[in-house]
Design a protein around this ligand. Structure first.
Ligand code: ZN
Length: 240
């Protein structure tokens, strides 16, 4: 069976800071790549924001089944022309997995059509991630919940349109609640937003989080049908 082609985009700025390098010596993109490579069902490549075209050339995008997206402080520096190309690829069926602070990325906001704002607090609270859709393929192999001993806190209200499915809901030891795993469809494309993944915590090494990353890549990268013919439809098309 052919492998699912995954491209992992990272703005790669925090990853150069000493305290983050201590946690992720190969960058967060490196940790995510190692996780997916170890699984064996994916062919992975890295795209960094300071590469030409942010590493997201037409050739790369046209050969990507699922794009992972981690960004935080330089969302505004992502070229609008590249965002438009990613957007069109999602509509045509490319999966998109948006991680953590990617909630404020241009591509996520464009696909959601809302402000995508939220409450946040960086105090290293415990996060309990509850499975709220036990039949969903993204939760395969998980228990009823899993815990991350220290994470950044995000809190509702999260300004997104009603998701097609909420897969995870988080509780934080400070009291906040958050819809931390949300599925959307746009055109032929599947989008998964996954909340955990603050750069100073070893979240992407957590065994449960790794299961989610793998399951999300499988779900978002599952092949769909043909891209529909929209607009004028001639009856001759039935005879083709
Ligand atoms: Zn963060």
């Amino acid at each position: 069976m052919s492998k699912i082609k995954v491209t992992i985009f990272n703005e790669n700025l925090h990853d150069k800071e000493e305290n983050v390098k201590a946690v992720y010596p190969n960058g967060m993109h490196g940790a995510i790549k190692e996780c997916l490579d170890a699984d064996g069902r994916f062919e992975t490549k890295i795209a960094l924001q300071d590469m030409p075209s942010h590493g997201l050339t037409d050739d790369v995008l046209n050969n990507t089944d699922v794009l992972f997206w981690w960004g935080h402080i330089i969302h505004d520096k992502v070229d609008d022309a590249i965002v438009e190309k990613v957007y069109q690829r999602v509509l045509k069926g490319m999966g998109l997995v948006v991680l953590h602070s990617g909630h404020f990325s241009k591509i996520f906001k464009k696909l959601m059509g809302t402000g995508c704002n939220l409450k946040w607090r960086e105090t290293g609270d415990l996060e309990r991630v509850w499975v709220v859709k036990p039949s969903h393929p993204i939760v395969a192999g998980l228990g009823e919940y899993f815990e991350l001993p220290h994470e950044e806190t995000y809190g509702e209200h999260f300004d997104i349109p009603a998701p097609d499915e909420v897969v995870f809901a988080s509780w934080f030891s400070g009291g906040e609640l958050f819809r931390s795993g949300c599925c959307f469809e746009r055109g032929n494309g599947r989008i998964f937003y996954f909340r955990p993944g603050h750069e100073t915590f070893p979240t992407y090494y957590d065994e449960n989080v790794k299961k989610v990353l793998i399951n999300a890549a499988l779900w978002a990268g599952a092949p769909g049908g043909v891209f529909q013919t929209y607009g004028f439809w001639h009856t001759d098309n039935y005879n083709k």
